[in-house]
Design a protein around this ligand. Structure first.
Ligand code: B12
Ligand code: SF4
Length: 437
């Protein structure tokens, strides 16, 4: 069938029933316009509701437009893992879920609307995990909101995989930071390097912002747990911070970033606050002047605490931090870049790049070395010999590369960089492999 836009398809196939579902359309008071064009919208968990809707349509019934799925007990559901085919298992992360929902109430998050976390039947689940392992699955991503919520369950799952370690096994779990029971910690410490990734939502260290969005987080435990995990496990720590929460300005966000940098997780993800449809954070819009992009993913554009230009600067910092801080490609230059005041220096770095390169994304790897060199020396005043030596050491880590060649960045290079981006975009649009490393 030719690929046509949905609207056109419907002109030709008026009998097709359009059913929408998922988190984006689960809150009728906050429906996107597209819902008006759908025949049925299923809210919440649709596992049973969608099947019933289909049965009713097939039986000639006239179901209502709004179908309420609600919250289900996952123990009543068949597990779907044998539906992953060999191609999925060979080429994709295998998404698995040992519990659905979250008992916490962070107002920016849709999971805050869940009443609680509901576990699957663990015996059945582990049985299916065994089936996946037997069929060659190696990369498991647990989408549970808080894997460490129920220690006894976490312990069984970790033991299960520890007993079945094999080369290239990779497990991803999401944790809340202030809860690390000893038995979970001890098991995590037993996994070999490059096997476990922990996504840890710190989101903010700011007590005022936490209180405002109903997030309860024990700071002492958060810091102690992050430190412990970094020093006693070989897990890859990916820690999230959000910019733009009510009551948080550029300085307080920067202090949070500096605290995290001091704890040295392998990755810090800087995200900008979003107003997800249905999320309770909407109640603060007036009081805190929160202005969100009306287009998905609905990122904050400005607030009373963070101006639009400040948020744009944070966005540039986030993109550059990904390239230079999180990528692991600049272990030596990163130290020079961050110095004793990481966030202030990342801001200066991002400002320099905005002025001299014009973009903070899609910078080819080779060019990035020159960008970092320019920013370090001209932007941050680092001695040229030091900067060059650090970058040469980092470049030596790139397999198969010769000598580092640094080019001075000026306006000509800036437009060349932009051209590279356009080309990459065209190549991508044509469906060919991205030429950028
Ligand atoms: C895995 C995941 C991702 C993966 C997705 C990978 C993939 N290929 O699927 C990655 C990491 C890429 C990702 C990215 C993002 N994500 Co995400 N993600 C999740 C996560 C953790 C699990 C989703 C999942 O599979 N759950 C398991 C299934 C079984 O549950 P479910 O999705 O709720 O589906 C049920 C119902 O919603 C419904 N349903 C779902 N789809 C449909 C469709 C129809 C037709 C019907 C009838 C019903 C129906 O029935 C399902 C069964 O009951 C959820 C949080 C969570 N645990 O749910 C967030 C979540 C879905 N993500 C969210 C967000 C905000 C994002 C990002 C925008 C984050 C960002 N970068 O800023 C991006 C957007 C990416 C994009 N391009 O759309 C929000 C969703 C907000 C929204 N309004 O949709 C969530 C809910 C997180 C949160 N707590 O706020 N995400
Ligand atoms: S941010 Fe995390 S802890 Fe808070 S409600 Fe969402 S999933 Fe739960």
């Amino acid at each position: 069938m030719p690929v046509v836009r949905g609207g056109v398809l419907l002109e030709f196939l008026p009998a097709v029933r359009v059913v929408l579902g998922g988190p984006e359309v689960s809150f009728p008071a906050d429906w996107p316009d597209v819902c008006a064009r759908a025949d049925h919208v299923v809210t919440g968990q649709a596992d049973h509701a969608f099947a019933e809707l289909c049965r009713s349509i097939l039986a000639g019934g006239v179901p209502r437009k709004l179908v309420t799925g609600g919250e289900l007990d996952p123990r009543t559901l068949a597990l779907p893992y044998d539906l992953y085919d060999h191609h999925d298992l060979a080429h994709r992360l295998t998404y698995v879920e040992a519990s659905h929902g979250c008992p916490f109430k962070c107002e920016f998050c849709l999971s805050s609307l869940d009443t609680t976390a509901r576990p699957v039947d663990l015996d059945r689940f582990l049985n299916q995990m065994q089936g996946l392992l037997d069929r060659g699955a190696l990369q498991f991503k647990f989408v549970d909101r808080t894997f460490n919520l129920a220690p006894a369950t976490a312990v069984r799952i970790l033991r299960f995989f520890l007993d079945r370690l094999r080369p290239e096994l990779h497990l991803h779990f999401e944790l809340v930071p202030d809860r690390l029971p000893d038995e979970v910690a001890e098991l995590l410490a037993q996994f070999p390097p490059a096997t476990v990734q922990l996504e840890i939502g710190v989101q903010t260290f700011d007590a005022a912002a936490q209180a405002r969005i109903s997030r309860k987080q024990d700071e002492g435990k958060t810091l102690a747990n992050l430190r412990w995990l970094r020093h006693n496990t070989r897990a890859h720590l990916h820690v999230d911070l959000i910019a733009g929460l009510p009551e948080q300005d550029l300085n307080s966000f920067g202090r949070g970033f500096d605290r995290l940098v001091a704890l040295d997780p392998q990755e810090i993800q800087l995200g900008i606050l979003k107003r997800l449809r249905g999320a309770p954070i909407a109640r603060h819009v007036q009081a805190f002047g929160l202005r969100f992009n009306p287009e998905p993913p609905y990122e904050l554009l400005a607030s009373h605490d963070l101006s639009c230009p400040e948020l744009q600067r944070v966005g540039r910092v986030a993109r550059l931090w990904d390239l230079v801080g999180n990528s692991g490609r600049f272990p030596n230059a990163r130290k020079l870049l961050l110095g004793q005041t990481p966030f202030a220096r990342m801001l200066a770095f991002a400002d320099w790049v905005a002025e001299h390169v014009g973009q903070a994304y899609a910078i080819a790897r080779e060019r990035l070395f020159s960008v970092v060199f320019g920013a370090l020396t001209a932007g941050l005043g680092v001695d040229e010999t030091h900067a060059r030596a650090a970058l040469e050491r980092d470049y030596a880590l790139v397999p198969g590369k010769g000598a580092l060649r640094l080019v001075a960045l000026g306006r000509a290079q800036a437009s060349e960089a932009a051209a590279t981006t356009h080309r990459a975009r065209q190549v991508r649009a044509a469906g060919a492999a991205d030429p950028l490393p």
